[in-house]
Design a protein around this ligand. Sequence first.
Ligand SMILES: NC(=O)c1ccc[n+]([C@@H]2O[C@H](COP(=O)([O-])OP(=O)(O)OC[C@H]3O[C@@H](n4cnc5c(N)ncnc54)[C@H](O)[C@@H]3O)[C@@H](O)[C@H]2O)c1
Length: 355
Amino acid sequence: MTTKTEAAIVQEDIKKLADDLKDHIHQFEGSSFLITGAGGFLGNYMVLLLKYLNDNVLEKPAKGIFLDNFATGYEREVVEDENLQFVQHSVIEPFETDIPIDYVLHMAGIASPLYYTKFPIETMDVTTIGSRNMLELATKHKVKSFLFTSSSEVYGDPAPEFVPTPETYNGNVSITGPRAVYDESKRFAEILCVSFFRVHQLPVKIVRYFNVFGPGIRPNDYRVLPNFIERAIRNEPLEVHGDGLNTRSYCYINDGIEATFKVLFSDMNGEAVNIGNPALEISVKGLAEKVAEVYDGEVAINYIPPPHAVYADSDPKRRCPDITKIKEAIGWEPKYSLEEGLARTIAWYQSVMKD
Ligand SMILES: NC(=O)c1ccc[n+]([C@@H]2O[C@H](COP(=O)([O-])OP(=O)(O)OC[C@H]3O[C@@H](n4cnc5c(N)ncnc54)[C@H](O)[C@@H]3O)[C@@H](O)[C@H]2O)c1
């Protein structure tokens, strides 16, 4: 079976990422990176990027310490060598190491509604206690930069006049609703990070992702896009819950990871910044039609009642980032179209599902 890492499409993405980040090579050179949630969808691309840079670009290799407890189901597929080391560890417990750390990318989290509904307390613990533990560790190691991965979910269901949503919007979040375990813990972790910046001058960055997708995103976790792609490949009808008019803005993984490293290496300390692609806002219905169009084969679309509270009334009506801030601060702009991102993701699914 082709593993998710071996797939040619992933290798191509990683090479392209290394190229797009070439102005930052001096920051990778000989630096050490602690990445939590490194076994996840986004974490895996970061690990592969470090491996690629070590093997092909850097004179002095980067070091990586990768923490994951493999809580949310990715089968363990670990990339390791003498410089890159995986440690099976839950960030809910403190982590100690003598290895110097230059950069922390705190990605661990329980991000899929399917899992955070099943494990609500763990979901809050990883983002609150886990973030506290990583912030303490980063302070002790006097890191050059600490990056926390927050979410567009901190905005809840924005009022129409706040879409596209800027970072200054304070959110419309249900305090105890079905999504609150995720949304409220991300909100808490943001102010925890900002407090470490204010009190300890820890150079903290916060990114708010808007629906990053691409090769490696796990099927069967109730995120709508992987579900559509998997069903298309299996010749099953795509299921749109309700009227399918709610929107999301999709951002291809390479755009998301490039932006993340650029923010990590920037001086955007103590503040949050949106990462997403406003040009790719599309309704769920429109997305089903787009998957059907990009997929090379017959695809039917069915409309069914929402099976889950998280997807019923609490589902935000529009999700679209205002990305003026990141554009002005570091000059980042997304490059991938929805068609290209979908074609690459479908090709990846086909390569790993065919065996
Ligand atoms: N992908 C997106 O569109 C998106 C959007 C908004 C926010 N985010 C955030 O970005 C981060 C990465 O997202 P992803 O899509 O790669 O998610 P993912 O679920 O694929 O990866 C998260 C990883 O964290 C690990 N993890 C969970 N609990 C842990 C614990 N206690 N200790 C150590 N590891 C633990 C999981 O095993 C998993 O490998 C998450 O914090 C997520 O909330 C992602």
